[in-house]
Design a protein around this ligand. Structure first.
Ligand SMILES: *[C@@H]1O[C@H](CO)[C@@H](O)[C@H](O)[C@H]1NC(C)=O
Ligand SMILES: *[C@@H]1O[C@H](CO)[C@@H](O)[C@H](O)[C@H]1NC(C)=O
Ligand SMILES: *[C@@H]1O[C@H](CO)[C@@H](O)[C@H](O)[C@H]1NC(C)=O
Ligand SMILES: *[C@@H]1O[C@H](CO)[C@@H](O)[C@H](O)[C@H]1NC(C)=O
Ligand SMILES: *[C@@H]1O[C@H](CO)[C@@H](O)[C@H](O)[C@H]1NC(C)=O
Ligand SMILES: *[C@@H]1O[C@H](CO)[C@@H](O)[C@H](O)[C@H]1NC(C)=O
Length: 566
């Protein structure tokens, strides 16, 4: 809460000195706490360079929202009528007044080294620390290090000149720290029961068997493509991919190389997460051209996730499916940031892109709000109503291809920021009326966007990294590329038939279940983690028939899912 008192101090000072213009604080709820492992490092000089990202106020956001709803709704005559990036620009670009006001203000402070993007709604500028602090009163830049990397962030909240504040949603590059590695390695105790047909962990052939992919279920259309994005300063090695495919990819046609790396692919050791994403999206989405977005925005003062969002709006031709394992606690992010990122997801949906996020690995999560009160802790962007969120499962019998049950880490719950979208209202209300084990309402917000939407196996994967096969890799960052690859196969079949790609999936997904469907294997057993307190005793939500806030609708049964989404 320290940052709040600082804001009040600044606001108080401002009110006291009545004759000066009070600044506007666009992100009052943004956490200023320094994540564990980071500490102030060597002194920053006033001439050290800073990169600031200005999110300029867009036009027609309401229209954009209506348009995404229409082009993603299979019952609408506009289903699949996506916009080009140029058409999207015409819709959302800032007004001339916004562009002029912001430019004039920046120039007045000598900030002139700026880059725009094709939709004109972000501006990224290089300047020095002293100028940035003058431009954004309140900001105080410090260099932090985690022993390995360093970042430049502001230790206190920034404000905006009241003249420009109405034209800017937020300024990036001041507060949010890069995410740390989150993948889990869980060694499973149960080594007994190795009867005939046992498997020792999840591999592409186990996934293809479970999700009913035949050897001929691979991509065939040259114009289809898929992508995963990495913000962890991690790299994949092409040699790991070929090693992985030679060990585990013998039974299906696949590609051996990533087609396109956007961003910096540094040297050094490969990262487990980066290896996992590439190896598994290319195994379910087999033989489909694959891109990797690798650590965009590597300058000390940039936010890699935000930079990836800018990249999407600066490239007119992109893969149709994107899988991302980034996530942060909703309560640590400003509402202005989350709402604007949500609009960026609408922009992606308007173009026909399918964006999948991992639901997180902390179950319902837990946050202590007072000495004896805890609440669940939703994660963003998993909680955005404009992305498809993927939870996790494990096999009932960990050594056989059996039915799936909840993986207790599977992230899920209800947003405190985004209202429940219409497409899921009846599914969620059915969950509440038919489910018996529901946690006390004081822990979450029944009116919020509920997630995940779907799930896939998240336990016990094999990954090749630095030429070594590694077992027991777990997390929803495994299930997400698996589900993404399967959607890419469906896009392949749709494109082949002259249809549009799937685009933003949720309206079509939730509609499927108006009628009984075999498109997804319903997961009905097990509960995920939550607060370790007397009231809930570490139990969050539980899987239940049909949709639930642990595994969504369930895991893919490819032939049936294809039939229903064609
Ligand atoms: C957007 O793309 C253009 C053209 O490739 C480039 O000049 C510009 O620097 C890019 N913008 C950003 C913010 O990177
Ligand atoms: C798919 O897999 C399930 C279980 O593995 C099986 O029962 C079903 O018959 C398979 N085929 C189809 C088309 O659903
Ligand atoms: C793999 O995809 C390419 C197009 O990208 C296609 O020409 C080829 O036939 C596909 N391979 C198989 C085995 O289907
Ligand atoms: C792939 O896309 C290009 C450019 O849009 C188009 O000219 C070409 O016909 C497409 N190929 C196929 C097989 O549809
Ligand atoms: C619950 O969600 C609503 C709507 O998003 C929001 O206004 C409210 O503050 C949330 N409640 C809590 C306890 O966060
Ligand atoms: C559900 O079934 C009804 C009646 O057969 C049909 O009209 C409707 O299109 C079906 N909905 C979906 C999403 O398949």
């Amino acid at each position: 809460m320290e940052h709040r008192s600082r804001i009040w101090f600044l606001v108080g000072l401002c009110l006291h000195l009545k004759n000066i213009d009070c600044g506007v604080f666009p992100e009052p709820e943004q956490s200023l706490s320094v994540p564990p492992g980071w500490a102030p490092a060597e002194h920053l000089t006033s001439s050290d360079s800073i990169v600031l990202t200005f999110a300029l106020k867009q036009q027609n956001v309401k229209k954009l929202e209506e348009l995404v709803t229409r082009v993603s709704d299979p019952d609408s005559p506009d289903y699949g009528h996506f916009l080009s990036l140029e058409e999207l620009r015409v819709l959302v670009q800032p007004s001339e007044e916004t562009l002029r006001t912001v430019r004039t203000w920046l120039e007045k402070h000598g900030v002139v080294d700026c880059d725009g993007i094709l939709t004109r709604d972000f501006l990224q500028c290089r300047t020095d620390a002293r100028t940035a602090e003058e431009l954004l009163p309140g900001a105080r830049f410090i260099r932090y290090s985690n022993g390995d990397k360093s970042v430049v962030r502001s230790a206190s909240p920034y404000s905006l000149d009241p003249e420009v504040a109405p034209h800017i949603d937020f300024v990036g590059g001041l507060h949010r720290f890069p995410q740390e590695q989150k993948l889990l390695r869980r060694e499973n105790g149960k080594r007994e029961r190795m009867s005939a047909g046992f498997h020792l962990g999840v591999t592409p052939s186990v996934l293809r068997q479970r999700y009913n992919l035949s050897t001929s279920d691979v991509g065939t259309h040259p114009n289809n493509s898929q992508a995963c994005a990495q913000f962890l300063e991690q790299y994949f090695h092409p040699a790991d991919l070929s090693e992985f495919m030679s060990l585990f990819g013998r039974s299906f046609d696949h590609r051996l190389e990533v087609d396109h790396v956007v961003g910096q692919q540094g040297g050094g050791r490969a990262g487990l997460e980066a290896s996992l994403d590439v190896e598994y999206i290319m195994s379910t989405g087999a033989n489909i051209s694959t891109w990797v977005f690798s650590n965009p925005g590597r300058h000390e003062s940039q936010e890699p996730f935000l930079d990836w969002m800018l990249l999407l709006s600066n490239l007119s031709s992109l893969p149709w499916v994107h899988t991302i394992s980034y996530g942060d606690d909703e309560d640590s992010l400003s509402v202005a940031f989350m709402q604007r990122i949500n609009v960026e997801f609408m922009k992606a949906g308007a173009r026909g892109l399918t964006i999948l996020f991992a639901s997180g690995d902390d179950g319902a999560g837990c946050r202590q709000v007072s000495k004896d009160k805890n609440v669940f802790r939703p994660s963003f962007p998993a909680s955005s109503p404009y992305v498809t969120t993927v939870g996790g499962t494990s096999f009932k019998n960990p050594f056989q291809v059996t039915y799936e049950v909840t993986d207790y880490i599977s992230g899920g719950g209800f947003s405190n920021v985004f209202l429940m979208p219409d497409y899921q209202a009846s599914a969620v209300s059915k969950y509440f009326t038919s489910s018996v084990k529901i946690p006390p309402e004081s822990y979450y917000n029944r009116s919020g966007r509920a997630y995940p939407d779907v799930a896939a196996l998240s336990d016990n994967y094999w990954v090749v990294t630095n030429r070594v096969p590694i077992p027991w890799v777990s997390g929803t960052s495994a299930s997400t590329p698996v589900f993404g690859g399967i959607l890419s196969l469906i896009n392949d079949q749709r494109i082949k038939r002259g249809r549009s790609p799937l685009g933003f999936l949720n309206p079509a997904l939730y509609r499927l279940h108006e009628n009984a469907t075999a498109a997804l294997f319903d997961v009905t057993e097990g509960c995920h983690l939550s607060c370790f307190d007397d009231l809930v005793q570490a139990q969050g939500f539980c899987a239940a028939p049909s949709w639930d806030p642990v595994t969504g609708w369930g895991t893919p049964n490819y032939p049936e899912l294809l039939k229903s989404l064609l």
